[in-house]
Ligand binder design. Structure first.
Ligand code: COA
Length: 328
C-alpha cells in the first residue's frame, strides 16, 4: 500500500484578551442577540499591539513538536498559511525557522485565505509522500483583528486571532493518515472578500490609510452562499474519491466562519450534529487557523479516536475552498 503522511502532533495558541459580544456592542451598533443568532459567536481573542503572527505561531509550534517528540532540528520544511504575516516579506515561516532553531530548510508561506491550512497540509502531504521530506511543520495563523475595520459592524464582529499547528510525518501504519485532498479556486469572485490596499495594486498612501483600505472588505451574503455550496462540494468529492459514504465519516471539522453555514452544510450531507465539531462560540472566525485550532481542541476533547475518518473542510478569500480526508 502507498505510504501516507499523518499528524504526529498538534498544537494551538490564542491571545489572552477576550472580546465578548457585549464589548463589541460598546464600539458599534450591534447586540449579543444579533451576533449569537446570526453567527453562533459569543467571544473571540485579540492580539496585543506588539503581538504579530509568529508570536502566536511559535507557542502552537512548540506544543505540536513536543507531542510529536520531534526537535525543531529534525524538521525538513516549514509551511505557514496566513494572510496576516508579520511583514509582507520575509515570510512568517522564515521568522519561525529562525526563532525555533530549525536547520536551513525550505520555509514558505501559503496565501489561500481561510483555506490556507488545507492548501498547506496538502503540499506537505505530497512532499512527504514523494520522499523529499520526512517531518514538516504546518501552521495556520492569523491576526485578523489587525486588519479589521472597527467601524464596520458587518465585519468587525466576525473575526478573531489564533494559531494552530500540525507536525506531519510518514505513517508507520500504512492506511492511517491523509487519504485524499481536494483544492479549488474561483478568482472571478475575489472581490467578495478582499483587502484593497497594501499590495502592488494600491500601495500605501495617506489616502489609502484615510479611507481604511488596509482593512477587510466583505460581501457577506455572497460569501455565505458560496461557503455552503463549496464546502458541500469538497465533502462530496472527498467522500467519493475515498469510496466512502457520508455515514462513514466520524467527525466533520468545517471552517468556523458562521454556525449557520456549518449547519447548512451538515444538513446537506445529512451529518448528525454530534459528528460536527464546533468551537466558533469561543474564537469566532480565525481564518487560516480555524480548522487547525478545531483539530487540536477536538483531539483534546477525545473526539478523534485511532481509525476514525475525519473530514477537514474550509473556504475563504480567493475564493478558495478544499478539504482533507484523514484516517486518524
Ligand atoms: N449587528 C447588528 N446588525 C447587523 C450587524 C451586526 N453586527 N451586521 C449587519 N447587520 C445588519 C445589516 O445592516 C442588515 O440590516 P438592514 O436589513 O437594515 O440592511 C441586517 O443586519 C441583515 O444583514 P445581512 O447581511 O442580510 O445578515 P445575514 O443574516 O446575512 O448575516 C453575516 C450577515 C455576515 C453574518 C453572514 O452573511 C455571513 O456570515 N456571511 C459569510 C461571512 C464569512 O463567512 N466570511 C468569512 C469567509 S472566510
Amino acid at each position: 500500500m502507498e505510504m501516507r503522511s499523518r499528524a504526529l502532533g498538534t498544537g494551538m495558541a490564542v491571545p489572552e484578551q477576550v472580546i465578548t459580544n457585549e464589548d463589541l456592542a460598546r464600539i458599534v451598533d450591534t447586540s449579543d442577540e444579533w451576533i449569537v443568532t446570526r453567527t453562533g459567536m459569543k467571544e473571540r481573542r485579540r492580539a496585543r499591539p506588539d503581538q504579530a503572527a509568529s508570536d502566536l505561531a511559535i507557542p502552537a509550534t512548540l506544543m505540536a513538536l513536543e507531542e510529536a517528540q520531534i526537535s525543531a532540528k529534525d524538521l525538513d520544511a516549514i509551511i505557514v498559511a496566513t494572510v496576516t504575516s508579520d511583514t509582507l516579506f520575509p515570510s512568517t515561516s522564515c521568522v519561525i525557522q529562525d526563532r525555533i532553531g530549525a536547520r536551513h530548510i525550505p520555509a514558505f508561506d501559503v496565501s489561500a485565505g481561510c483555506t490556507g491550512a488545507i492548501y498547506a497540509l496538502s503540499i506537505a502531504d505530497q512532499m512527504i509522500r514523494v520522499g523529499t521530506c520526512r517531518y514538516i511543520l504546518v501552521v495556520g495563523v492569523e491576526v485578523l483583528t489587525k486588519i479589521t475595520n472597527w467601524t464596520d459592524r458587518s465585519t468587525c464582529v466576525l473575526f478573531g486571532d489564533g494559531a494552530g499547528a500540525v507536525v506531519l510525518g510518514p505513517s508507520e501504519e500504512a492506511d492511517h493518515g491523509i487519504i485524499a485532498f481536494h483544492l479549488a479556486s474561483d478568482g472571478g469572485a475575489g472581490h467578495t472578500l478582499h483587502m484593497p490596499a497594501g499590495g502592488s495594486r494600491l500601495p500605501a498612501t495617506h489616502e489609502t490609510v484615510d479611507k481604511l483600505l488596509h482593512t477587510l472588505f466583505m460581501r457577506g451574503n455572497e460569501i455565505y452562499r458560496a461557503a455552503v455550496s463549496t464546502m458541500t462540494e469538497s465533502c462530496r468529492v472527498l467522500i467519493d474519491r475515498a469510496g466512502l459514504d457520508a455515514d462513514d465519516i466520524d467527525l466533520f471539522i468545517f471552517h468556523q466562519a458562521n454556525l449557520r453555514i456549518i449547519e447548512a452544510v451538515a444538513k446537506r450531507l445529512k451529518a448528525p450534529s454530534e459528528k460536527v465539531f464546533i468551537n466558533i462560540h469561543k474564537y469566532g472566525n480565525t481564518s487560516s487557523a480555524s480548522t487547525l485550532l478545531a483539530l487540536h481542541e477536538a483531539r483534546m476533547e477525545g473526539r478523534l479516536k485511532p481509525g476514525n475518518h475525519l473530514l477537514q473542510v474550509a473556504f475563504g478569500a480567493g475564493l478558495t475552498w478544499g478539504g482533507i480526508l484523514w484516517k486518524w
